[in-house]
Design a protein around this ligand. Structure first.
Ligand code: HAM
Length: 423
């Protein structure tokens, strides 16, 4: 029988990569926490309607990329392709905005999109993100952008570029939509098949097209169709970012791939990531989303960052932690030592450090070689004639310790290693 392979477009998190994964998630939770954002989590599957209405039926995500299936009662369910619609549903469904506003939440969740898998474009991927729900002020737009920016700075990732745009309000976009349709209609025959469809169902998406880049270049600008109020809102966001010392580039072609955005839209790009996968993350304001989902009008703004992409950049730049040993100390039984003795010692020593036990019937030198391979710092040899022996696996020094002093002896070794490390 051939061994079973993982589904296409998915990746396992293996132990060597886990420290970097943990580091990134811990840092995001810590920084979000320092800004008053609390953890939220939502189901991996939702009713299909949530995304059809929230993300928009004319978007690539809803049209082509959703994992949708009927449950046993024939209800249509979808694996979560993005986190904003579910989080808004969860927050407003629990009436959290009635206690205090805005509600600030952060999340780390797996997402599912049926896309063509390639490097850094997976069918299951992870995002860390925040949503700030329940009030409308340019300060909040700037707050979430600054939060993402500080997070990437604390990861010590260099070379992030913030692309910023305003999508205006619904009326601005209607005016702009008309201008786009007027510009593209005479060009219809020269457009790619996707764009001909976009022209009919979702003209804003025309700006995402790589095949018709020359047309995009000359297309009307959204910025020329913004109302005075929309311009002022955007100018205030820009001013707050300038105050915070966050560099940004105005990108009038940035429309984002989800329909719920209004006003501020942004993306974080990284030059080391190639082509269509150059976005580390993105977000924006979504003041109409709550209504689309059947709730009272409630403004919101947030971002999501791609975990795999962040980790790739962090690892390329040498700032992500590498593999870590599973334990600092290995207890190796030999001679007449019993498993019970080793387990008893392990139980006690775990008050001080991480411990694994090697119960195998192999010779002691084989066990020590294995302990080296684990990159453990110490081995405690149990069952030798001379008594308990504590061996430093880095220096190869070893000494006999009595049973009552083993905890202190291990503490001394840990202290010594920490001093050498900081020296
Ligand atoms: P998004 O731009 O669709 O936004 O996704 C955010 C990030 O998730 C992308 O920039 C990318 O880093 C990562 N990502 C997306 N698709 C894939 C994939 N197939 N493989 C690997 N990584 C991927 C959203 O999802 C919005 N919910 C963001 C938001 C939050 N807006 C407001 N609040």
């Amino acid at each position: 029988m051939t061994p079973i392979a993982p589904p296409r477009g998915t990746k396992d998190l293996l132990p060597d990569d886990a420290p970097a994964w943990r580091w990134l998630h811990d840092l995001h939770a810590a920084i979000a926490g320092r800004h008053g954002y609390q953890l939220i989590d939502t189901p991996v599957f939702e009713s299909t309607e949530l995304f059809a209405r929230g993300v928009g039926s004319g978007t690539d995500i809803v049209e082509k990329e959703m994992y949708t299936f009927p449950d046993h009662k024939g209800r249509s369910l979808t694996l979560r392709p993005e986190g904003t619609a579910p989080v808004v549903r969860a927050v407003l469904g629990a009436h959290l905005e009635q206690h205090h506003r805005p509600v600030r939440v952060h999340y780390a969740m797996a997402m599912f999109r049926y896309d063509r898998p390639q490097d850094l474009r997976q069918r299951q991927f992870a995002q860390v993100g925040v949503e700030c729900i329940g009030d409308r002020d340019p300060c909040y737009d700037a707050e979430v952008i600054e939060l993402a920016w500080r997070f990437m700075a604390e990861l010590r990732i260099d070379g992030v570029v913030l692309q910023l745009n305003s999508l205006g309000d619904q009326e601005d976009r209607l005016r702009y939509r008309e201008a786009l349709v007027a510009y593209y209609t005479p060009l219809r025959d020269s457009l790619c098949a996707d764009c001909r469809r976009r022209l009919d169902v979702n003209p804003l998406r025309l700006l995402d097209c790589k095949a018709d880049a020359a047309h995009v270049e000359n297309a009307p600008l959204l910025g020329d169709h913004l109302s005075e109020a929309s311009r002022e809102y955007f100018a205030a966001v820009v001013a707050h970012l300038d105050d915070a010392g966050i560099p940004h580039t105005r990108n009038q072609r940035l429309v984002r791939g989800l329909d719920y955005y209004a006003h501020t839209a942004f993306e974080f790009w990284h030059t080391s990531l190639a082509g269509a996968q150059n976005a580390l993350g993105g977000g924006g304001r979504y003041d109409g989303l709550a209504e689309e989902l059947g709730f009272a009008p409630t403004p919101g703004v947030g971002y999501a960052l791609g975990v795999e992409r962040l980790l790739r950049v962090a690892s390329d730049q040498g700032v992500a932690p590498g593999p870590q040993p599973p334990a600092q100390l290995v207890i190796c039984t030999t001679g007449d030592a019993t498993a019970a003795q080793a387990r008893e010692l392990a139980r006690e020593l775990r008050h001080r450090t991480s411990v694994v036990t090697d119960f195998t019937a192999r010779k002691l030198d084989k066990k020590l070689r294995d302990a080296d391979r684990l990159d453990a710092m110490m081995a405690l040899l149990v069952g030798l004639d001379e008594g308990l022996v504590l061996r430093n696996l880095r220096t190869r020094e070893q000494r006999v310790v009595d049973a009552g002093g083993v905890l202190d002896a291990v503490s001394d070794e840990l202290l010594r290693a920490a001093q050498e490390w900081t020296a």
